[in-house]
Design a binder for this molecule. Sequence first.
Ligand SMILES: CCCCC/C=C/CC(=O)SCCNC(=O)CCNC(=O)[C@H](O)C(C)(C)COP(=O)(O)OP(=O)(O)OC[C@H]1O[C@@H](n2cnc3c(N)ncnc32)[C@H](O)[C@@H]1OP(=O)(O)O
Length: 396
Amino acid sequence: MAGVAGRLARRWCSGALRSPLQVTRFPALQLHVCGPAMRASQKDFENAMNQVKLLKKDPGNEVKLKLYALYKQATEGPCNVPRPGVLDFINKAKWDAWHALGSLPKETARQNYVDLVSSLSASSESSGQVTPAADRKQPGSDALVVTSQDGITTITLNRPDKKNALTPQMYHDIMLALEAASKDDSAITVLTGNGDYYCSGNDLTNFTDIPPGEVEERARSGAVLLRDFVDCFIDFPKPLVAVVNGPAVGISVTLLGLFDVVYATDRATFHTPFSHLGQSPEGCSSYTFPKMMGPSKATEMLVFGKKLTAREACTQGLVTEVFPDSTFQKEVWVRLKAYSKLPPNAMRISKQVIRNREKEKLHAINAEESSILQERWLSDECMNAIVNFLSKKAKL
Ligand SMILES: CCCCC/C=C/CC(=O)SCCNC(=O)CCNC(=O)[C@H](O)C(C)(C)COP(=O)(O)OP(=O)(O)OC[C@H]1O[C@@H](n2cnc3c(N)ncnc32)[C@H](O)[C@@H]1OP(=O)(O)O
């Protein structure tokens, strides 16, 4: 798994590298740099780079310049490139900010960067503001963001312009993130979404652009990916919490049966429109849902596609607790931070005592559901539903 960890680290790093460089239209400024304190590790630095991407408030150009300068100093050392021309305002301001750090040691710059991000994260969290989706990431880039703080590793679906629909790359990246989280020193792992949706399920464009003659092979490899993906949730060894920040559709709903705790905003809805899509249940929901809510309520959801409100989902046992949207983030994170201070080994062992005796059964159900779905993907019912969605005739 060393390769996996390495790939993850490189990905986080390269994704994060873009963030400090997204500095736009700023005036020149005077930099204030704090003195050296504790030493931040490379991991702290990488985490901070990821956190920058999740700030709920735009920190403003002055702070972005500081971040940029500290980032450059931490990674490249003192500025010794020529100053951009007088009319190149943006790059000149960036150069000035970097150059102003003089010979500040790389380690100190790294620490100052981590401290600055930490203070920004704290003020952004306490403000309780929600950033409009359009202010966040570029479409298609950095679709998954992983951060670790206060004993909590948070995996954030970050494709808000597509309602956090899951691409094949995201399935792979979530598996890698879970693998890393299972081994890191956090006590709790959280999955959540950025923007107004938690997740709109499988990206339906995954079914497009398949060359003739490759449809069967795509269905086969899709079923393998699905099976591996769901297996990671079945096997995840630590408390796994879903922070459902908005509506959830398809596989993002079915997987909730494999989470240990599900907190939802009262704005969330839960929808599994499998029949509408010519598909069938996955994520072990054919077992977990009837067990949780009884076969009849499970049928309403999984067969008839009934959409539940957050309160209904809570009554059915799919959701642990519902919070008012206005205080959702604040209340949930305060609670999770408190839980994350509990002895991690005790929590891990207790989770396993609760979950382990069903693991084998869940793996078998997952295999069966994946192979049934493989057939469904080849059906006319499924093809027609996808074509309808893509031609905008059908919206759920
Ligand atoms: C390895 C393979 C595993 C496969 C596992 C199988 C899983 C099964 C499922 O998950 S089934 C569920 C599939 N999901 C859906 O059917 C949802 C489809 N989306 C919608 O019905 C709507 O988009 C909506 C209700 C989620 C939101 O509607 P709203 O009007 O609020 O927003 P838009 O429709 O304008 O959406 C904004 C843009 O996002 C794109 N988008 C949303 N969801 C998906 C999706 N699942 N797949 C692909 N694209 C999606 C939508 O097309 C808009 O894009 P545009 O701005 O380019 O038009």
